[in-house]
Design a protein. Structure first.
Length: 95
């Protein structure tokens, strides 16, 4: 069982729904930075719901993208979750 903290989208973010190609745009409202996410990044973003940790996000992404095992996407999910945290687009949920 993973002890990773649960994460949620930061309050100062906004995103558009994914386009037909699965990509989406996320904006950090405090910094005015805009980020264009590919389909995998978008799947990770959409799985950040305030109830999942990085391992749970990997499971949701694998299901969304039709990958047979979350173990195949978990390293990428963990890396991208770390990057989203660094950018202030997501944050840890207080226990």
């Amino acid at each position: 069982m993973s002890t990773d903290p649960v994460v949620r989208r930061a309050a100062a973010t906004a995103s558009l729904p994914p386009g037909p190609d699965g990509r989406l745009v996320v904006a950090h409202l405090d910094t005015s930075e805009v980020y264009h996410l590919d389909a995998t990044g978008a799947a990770i973003w959409l799985a950040v719901d305030g109830r999942r940790n990085a391992g749970g996000i990997a499971v949701a992404v694998a299901e969304r993208l039709g990958v047979p095992s979350s173990a195949l996407v978990e390293p990428s999910c963990r890396d991208f979750v770390g990057e989203l945290l660094r950018l202030g687009l997501i944050e840890h949920v207080d226990p």
